[in-house]
Write a protein that binds this ligand. Sequence first.
Ligand code: HEM
Length: 385
Amino acid sequence: MSVEFSPFDYAVNENPFPIYARLLDEAPLYRNDDDDFWALSRHADVGAALPDSARFSSSHGPLLNRPPWGPDAASAVSFVAMDPPSHTALRTLVSRGFTARRVADLEPRIRDITRHHLTEALDRGAFDFVEDFAVRLPLDVVSELVGVPEADRDDVRRLAMLSLHREDGSQDVSPEGAEAQAALFGYYSDLVAERRKDPADDLVSVLVGDLPDHEVIPILFVLLAAGSETTTNLLGHAWYWAWRFPDQLARAFDDVPAWVEETLRYDPPATGVARLLTEDLDLHGERVPAGSRMWLLIAAANRDPRVFTDPDRYDLDRDTSQMISFGGGRHFCMGSSLGRLEARVALEELVSAVGSYEIDPDGLRRSHMGNVRGFATLPTVVARR
Ligand code: HEM
């Protein structure tokens, strides 16, 4: 039987890797008529498409879900859904508030935020690794980066969690989520107005120097969306896979950066990105017409046996330098160093406090978002050192 694949299929999302292996082998250029997209899975093909933004355009956004896929995607996800020259201009501007120095300077604050959320959970001994910790840290770090005052962070986190939350079984925002989104919009509008009057040393102040409000606010939402769930999922996957493969656990606790990198390769938080084909493409003996939706399967490319030996083995000693979990080319993840830093600090803090841990396999639940894969809950019991 020929292979069938949809990123919207929950059963696939639970364990997509056997299907990825078949796509890599049998259907490196895959067509799904029902959801109307094509997919590339081999490392060479995805790796070549990502930097080729002239043929693989971001103009309709990086997500297959409709909306935001479409010509208006930029109104929701700003420069992520743009091509040059508008992408270049906005990205350059945001990069000014996102320099290597600014990210490195965040380390002590990230450690404080980590301890703030972890202390109570570790004291309890039994907690939900995702809800009690991995969701909270990245949201607060984005607030720190953007310049949300500390006193407002609990509120912003609560609103962000509500607005990013999807009911199981739905890709849509709930009425409660929509209300939270509106409240967050109002909060960001006030913050932007304040920084216009009285600039501080933060990202909002950099952005308001050059952009009108209606361009600044979507950027703040993008940072929240792009920077939070991805990092949450990276943390959840690291915690889960090291537990699931006990032969790697001691190695993980010994070498946190290797733990982070192999987790990124093995089960990447962003499973793929979408592109609009601007001209006909001839590949693997088929012609894909201009105007097609193309799904670039990062998570499959990271398991391509042509590049990674024994790709389904979670192996902290392997060379991960070819993994493409942060994308490539012009849209290469702006938060890659920040995400890695958060993961390193969080896992270091856990390693220094936890002697051993167990996850309840019956209590864990995956989130279902199509383009990102991760855990919604990960019930954990820890034994302190
Ligand atoms: C740690 C886990 C993370 C992963 C796996 C990840 C993954 C990705 C990927 C695959 C893209 C490419 C999208 C595309 O090509 O269309 C991307 C873009 C982006 N990411 Fe991340 N990301 C992570 C963390 C973060 C963080 C912490 C931030 C910021 C707070 C962030 C901000 C962004 C932004 C702004 C873009 C858009 C760049 C552009 O379009 O030019 N990401 N990310």
